[in-house]
Write a protein that binds this ligand. Sequence first.
Ligand code: PEP
Ligand code: MN
Length: 284
Amino acid sequence: MRYNIQRTTPLEQVVKVAAVSSTKQKVQIAPDLTIGAGEPVVLMAGPCSVESYEQTRAVAAAMAAHGLRVLRGGAFKPRTSPFSFQGLGLEGLRILRAVADEFGMFVVTEALGVEHVEAVAEYADIIQIGSRNMQHYPLLWAVGETDKPVLLKRGFMSTVKEWLLAAEHIARRGNRRIILCERGIRTFENATRNTLDTNAIALAKQESPWPVIGDPSHATGRADLVIPAARAIIAAGADGLLVEVHPQPSAALSDPEQQLPISQLPALVRQARLIAEAMGRGLV
Ligand code: PEP
Ligand code: MN
């Protein structure tokens, strides 16, 4: 690993970092699903929040028609406002698991705190660490002690180096099944919710051993920009996408502006697959 470690960093630390994770890793999600270099691009999709069984099932059914395998959905939600919908909690996890099992899919969902890790690890196939928690070290240590793949979102005010070192916090607890996710950073530009950092995708692919995916939904905050941003993410070399899709975005309990309606899923899949093929890869 070739971090641009500053000269102030003790050599001992550099050596230890390199010892934990020096070769490129693919992350096996299931016997027939692997994410990472050379494998097909994995298109993970689902609602921002799990709101009901029917809502989640409607998205999963549309995904299954395209052969998509990884269902996302928030049960424990990190909301900026405490007055906003906070998620269904354990009931949300149960809904995700039931729907995913019906369609032979896998679940990715967020553990918002250390106290959620056990339940999320029980119900989900991939544990998501949200952007706001990228430097919540006890949470990183806790997921580092599970045997589940971890999807580590980049903090929206974090540098690439801080992001990669956060991944090392997980790896050093023994869990090397890490997937990095670029989800946009806060910049001076306020026409979009965040700024998609495609540089970071290419850089993280080069400098870290972990697969890298991109989230065009939180990166843009606008449904009409999600498909173009998804194309850019794959073209930058990402191994996957994480996209919010809702049966009726305008009625969503969280992030209504950025969720794609189910009617746009075919266009997303078609365009993402075209770019993936141009990159010499398939798409699942
Ligand atoms: C999410 O993907 O559900 C989410 C809350 O995203 P982020 O942590 O990137 O804001
Ligand atoms: Mn969201």
